[in-house]
Design a protein around this ligand. Structure first.
Ligand SMILES: NC(=O)c1ccc[n+]([C@@H]2O[C@H](COP(=O)([O-])OP(=O)(O)OC[C@H]3O[C@@H](n4cnc5c(N)ncnc54)[C@H](O)[C@@H]3O)[C@@H](O)[C@H]2O)c1
Length: 365
């Protein structure tokens, strides 16, 4: 039975991020004194272990109908940090819509489609019966219609919505208004990594400006070897991802760079990298006396650990908003945790706003 101290989540898309989130929660439960990798051990009485998986939705034939403890290790997932205990939650089918890209269809192996109205009724029953109160969107990049379907489910079931992917919901005025009017909180869009390429690039970009120099041009190239990177080989699915990543860096400059002076995006799929993501960042600027300088950075990180460390806070903050009856897009939490929030701030100001929200000193308006 759900208790007040629990955050009962429903995950949409049991891929590598979900596997990293759930295995990470297990890691902190078995190592309760560990704080490394956590921005907040506790948020308003919710520890990491307060977050419980209550429902799960996928379309992969290797996952639908299986218990979550089996599905999370099912191919093409790669995260295998530790074993989780047996779970009573079994994975239910969601609608496919536009979620399956041409390069990953043979990996996902979608189950046979069923009418969307039947699936919708089953999903709403599952959410209500399982006591799910926060929905976490982890669909593949390019899932515009599928994400809109799930944002609609959040509104119908009054679940808080954490939109971790680059489809614009929290940063879309119409959607944000619908959440506000339906009294449902929303955090989004497109999560940053804990030590991800976006936050490193943003902070370096701000530094070039704070030190009075002029950034002339910059690029960020990302490679990885998981399903997410394979899916992103399909350039047509990438439009909002590129906007999200580029806007995030541009937002740190008083005058944004011209389009042809900035290149940021997922760049290639290198299978043997698995969940290791490598980002190369280059910056070229002018300083004192008009003299040039260059910065070259290589960041190598476990892409899914990067995601888990952000999601665990986004989920708890969404629940706190729900407890306090705060609705609509959460400005401070979204600005600190997401690449494409409704309002961009520098990361230090965004962090202050998030802390003020936790302390109850801001109702996030
Ligand atoms: N650091 C990060 O990993 C990071 C950062 C920002 C954003 N994201 C985004 O998070 C999302 C999830 O990433 P991932 O690595 O877990 O991807 P993944 O490809 O491993 O997982 C996607 C899951 O969604 C399932 N799925 C596909 N269509 C579905 C549907 N219609 N309904 C339900 N499930 C469906 C797939 O079967 C798979 O299990 C991606 O959009 C990714 O870009 C990840």
């Amino acid at each position: 039975m759900p208790t007040k101290k629990e955050v009962r989540i429903g995950i949409i898309g049991l891929g590598n991020v979900a596997a990293g989130l759930i295995q990470g929660i297990e890691y902190y439960k078995t190592n309760p004194s560990t704080e490394q990798g956590l921005m907040h051990k506790v948020i308003c009485s919710y520890g990491v272990g307060s977050v419980k998986l209550a429902s799960a939705f996928d379309i992969s034939s290797g996952k639908v109908g299986k218990s979550v403890d089996a599905a999370l290790y099912s191919s093409p997932n790669l995260v295998n940090w530790l074993k989780i205990p047996k779970s009573a939650v079994s994975v239910k089918q969601g609608p496919r819509l536009d979620s399956v890209g041409k390069y990953v269809e043979n990996l996902i192996k979608p189950v046979k489609e069923r009418p969307i109205n039947i699936l919708e009724n089953e999903i709403i029953s599952e959410i209500n019966n399982s006591g799910t109160t926060v929905l976490v969107n982890l669909l593949p990049v390019g899932s515009q219609r599928a994400t809109e379907f799930w944002a609609g489910i959040a509104l119908k079931t009054k679940c808080a919505f954490v939109n971790s992917i680059p489809v614009f919901i929290a940063s879309n005025k119409t959607w944000a208004k619908r959440f506000k009017e339906s009294k449902v909180p929303l955090v989004g869009d497109d999560m940053k990594g804990l030590i991800g390429s976006t936050i490193v690039h943003r902070i370096l970009t701000k530094l070039t400006q704070d030190r009075g120099t002029t950034l002339i041009n910059t690029y960020q190239i990302n490679i990885g070897g998981n399903t997410d990177f394979k899916n992103m080989l399909e350039r047509e699915r990438l439009t909002s991802k590129k906007i999200s990543k580029t806007d995030s860096v541009q937002s740190q400059l008083h005058s944004p760079l011209k389009q042809n002076s900035i290149h940021i995006g997922p760049s290639d799929f290198v299978e043997f990298l698995g969940n290791t993501k490598i980002a190369y960042m280059y910056m070229h600027g002018l300083m004192w006396g008009g003299r040039p300088y260059e910065i070259d950075v290589k960041l190598e990180v476990d892409d899914k650990a990067n995601a888990g460390g952000i999601l665990i806070d986004a989920i708890r903050l969404a629940k706190v908003a729900q407890d306090r009856r705060i609705s609509g897009a959460l400005i401070g939490p979204s600005a600190y945790l997401m690449k494409h929030p409704p309002v961009q701030y520098s990361d230090d100001i965004a962090q202050e706003k998030l802390e003020a929200f936790i302390d109850g000193k801001s109702n996030d308006k």
